[in-house]
Each structure stands twice: as C-alpha cells, then as structure tokens.
Design a binder for this molecule. Structure first.
Ligand SMILES: Cc1ncc(COP(=O)(O)O)c(C=O)c1O
Length: 366
C-alpha cells in the first residue's frame, strides 16, 4: 500500500461511476449499447440549450463568470429568492464536498443514510469527520427517528437524499418537517434533491417549501438529471445568505464553466421541455416497475428516474451478464447485493433491458 496518500484517504475506495458506453464498446466489442446506469435523462436537454450555446459569443480564452451572475439571477427568479442565497457548483457533487469542508472539521460528526449517495461518506472521510451511516428499514425507506437517534452532541452535518439514490424512497412532507424541526440548532441539514423533479407522491414536498422551518438548511439541486446536462457539471445550493457567503470563502474560483452556465440558464428557461421529459420518465418508471413485478421480482417503489429491483441472485453477476448483452445497469453493495439499479430510459431501452434481464435470469451462470 502506498504511503503517498494521507492515512484517512487510504480508507477510501474510489467512487465507482456507471460504466461509460464507449468503455463497454472497447472492452467487449459490442456496438449496440444501452446505458441505464447513471440516472441520466435519456431525452437530453431542451433544444433551447443548443440554440443558446450557438448564439452566445463564446470567448473560450476567457475565464467563466466567477459568480455565475446570469445563471444565479435566473435561478433566483425561478425560486423566488434573492441571488445571494444561491451558490453554484461543478455538479452538486462538488458542493457536497465543499459543505463538508466549510461546515465541519476533523472530529466533528456527520449523519447520513445507508445505502445512499456514496459522496456523503467520501466527503466526510476526506474531512476526517466521524460519521454514522444509518441503515434503511426493511421497507427501504428512511426513518426519521433513526436519523435523529444518530445525532450526537458533535453532529454538524446531516445529509438526506430525497428522493434517495439508490432506493428511490423518500421522506414525506410531514416527516421532513419533523426532522427539520427536531434537529438541534447547530446541525446543518443538507437535503439533496437531485431527483426532486421526478417525485410525484402526494405527500412529498421539496425542502424549498420548508425553508421557513429551519435556518441551517442547505438544499442541493442539479442540472445533471431532469435538465439533461450531466456532461456540463452544474449544480447549486440554496441556503441562507450567510451560508452562501461561507461557501464562497472556499469555493474554487471559476468552478462552473461558461458552457455550463449558458446551458443551464437556457435549460431552466424551458420548463415545458422539462415537464414533457419528466412525464415520460414517470410514466415509464411505472411501466418498468409493473413489468418487473409481473416477472415476479421485488421492486422498490421509486420517486426517482431509476428503479431498484431484487434479482434474487448476486447482483454483480447479473450486472456482468447484462453487460454481455450490451446493457449497462448498476450493481449494488451491501446490504443490497441481490439488487440492481436501472435508470428509466426511453421505452425501447427499457424493453431491451427487460428482455435481456429475462434471458440473463433464465440462463444465469449463478
Ligand atoms: C443523490 C445524488 N446527489 C448528487 C448527485 C451528483 O450529481 P451532480 O454532481 O451531477 O450534480 C447524484 C448523482 O448521481 C445523486 O444521485
């Protein structure tokens, strides 16, 4: 083992992203690949994004606007908040890391659920925080009491992915209110709403509606999912002016590129496109879940643009067999070793996945 990295970094294993399509093409020589592994939007961004990029006088030799003035103004109008309450990030991923670095220091404690988005743990470990990863209950839902019970006098940060990646479960409005109200004042509640656009349960509420309940609240949003701009890396935090001021103390200058800023503003401006692609995905999420259910498999009810399904065999082997079929999904770590997560794609992609899965499970090596 190398002694080059700091000891606490050696405790980390690199985040394993969804396999890129080209990698599978190179590795297995399969041309016809379907990627349903990274919860991207198969319909892509609004056509207005390409128009805006063409129309902008891109000066590639210049640094981007360091404060993202136009995008922040557009977001401020969209959310009905002052732009001082918004901080842009190179994807919301960067902001998770930044939050850990700005609001907690070595020895402080963080709380998050497990399984959930791995970057809460990575950000905590990198900052030498102690943490409690709170297990999901049997129904794969967060339990607010379990999260609250994990809070100690040293807890500085609490992360909730709502809806949760990878389970698709969510915290209801009432439960989220209870969490925001019951957390000790010193704790910063970080509500990660990467999939909020896909949540349609009647008792779901975005944290943006509950901001009056808690001052120490950071709401994370991204343009990578429903807005279809994963390639450009744009996310943002909505929080108090003071919270944004503190984030800016450490935020790398020019962290969001010019193309990302222009594209995100245009994408935000085309809400009808967003609605159309979200509606298609929500409809196909239901169909996909119904088909898997009809095949006798247990499916976790999802409020995201993905579905978690129990294949009742080692998920890693099923994942690998699906790769040979040209279908990329995601295998899960403990305690979900028999589950795979599949992003809701276009109807024909979902069909391809279903047929491949049927073949793989029938002829399974495992
Ligand atoms: C819950 C959650 N939060 C944040 C992210 C990071 O998204 P990005 O950095 O692309 O904004 C993801 C990506 O998969 C996610 O699932």
């Amino acid at each position: 083992m190398s002694d080059l990295a700091a000891p606490h970094i050696l405790a980390l294993t690199a985040y394993e992203p969804g396999k890129p399509e080209d990698e599978l093409r190179r590795e297995l020589g399969i041309d016809d690949v379907v990627k349903l592994a990274s919860n991207e939007n198969p319909y892509g961004p609004s056509p207005k994004v390409v128009e805006a990029l063409r129309a902008s006088s891109l000066q590639l030799e210049r640094y981007p606007d360091p404060r993202g003035y136009e995008l922040r103004e557009a977001l401020a109008a969209h959310h009905g908040v002052p732009s001082e309450q918004l901080c842009l990030g190179n994807g919301s991923n960067e902001l998770i890391d930044l939050i850990c670095r700005v609001f907690a220091s070595r020895g402080d404690h963080a709380v998050f659920g497990h399984p959930s988005f791995p970057c809460y743990r990575i950000g905590s470990v990198a900052q030498e925080l102690r943490f409690t990863a709170v297990p999901l209950r049997d129904d794969l839902h967060w339990n607010v009491d379990d999260l609250l019970d994990a809070v100690t006098p040293e807890t500085k940060l609490l992360f909730v992915s709502n809806p949760n990646n990878p389970t698709g479960g969510y915290v209801t409005k009432r439960e989220l209110e209870r969490l925001l109200r019951s957390l000790p004042d010193r704790v910063l509640a970080v509500i990660d709403e990467a999939y909020v656009e896909y949540a349609d349960a009647e008792d779901f509420a975005p944290a943006t509606e509950l901001r009056h309940m808690r001052e120490r609240l950071a709401i994370l949003r991204t343009f990578s999912k429903a807005y279809g701009l994963a390639a450009l890396r744009v996310g943002y935090v909505l929080g108090t002016k003071e919270l944004v001021f503190d984030l800016n103390r450490l935020r790398a200058p020019f962290n969001v590129g010019t193309l990302g800023q222009v594209a995100a503003k245009a994408a935000l401006g085309d809400q009808p496109h967003l609605r159309t692609s979200v509606e298609a995905t929500v409809r196909d999420r239901r169909k996909l879940a119904e088909s898997l259910d009809a095949a006798g498999l247990r499916v976790a009810p999802s409020q995201g643009n993905f579905v978690l399904v129990d294949v009742e065999k080692p998920g890693r082997a099923v994942y690998e067999d699906l790769l040979r079929e040209g279908v990329i999904v995601r295998a899960m770590g403990p305690p979900l070793q028999s589950w795979i997560r599949v992003t809701v794609g276009k109807p024909e992609e979902n069909e391809r996945f279903l047929h491949s899965l049927e073949r793989v499970l029938k002829g399974s090596r495992v």
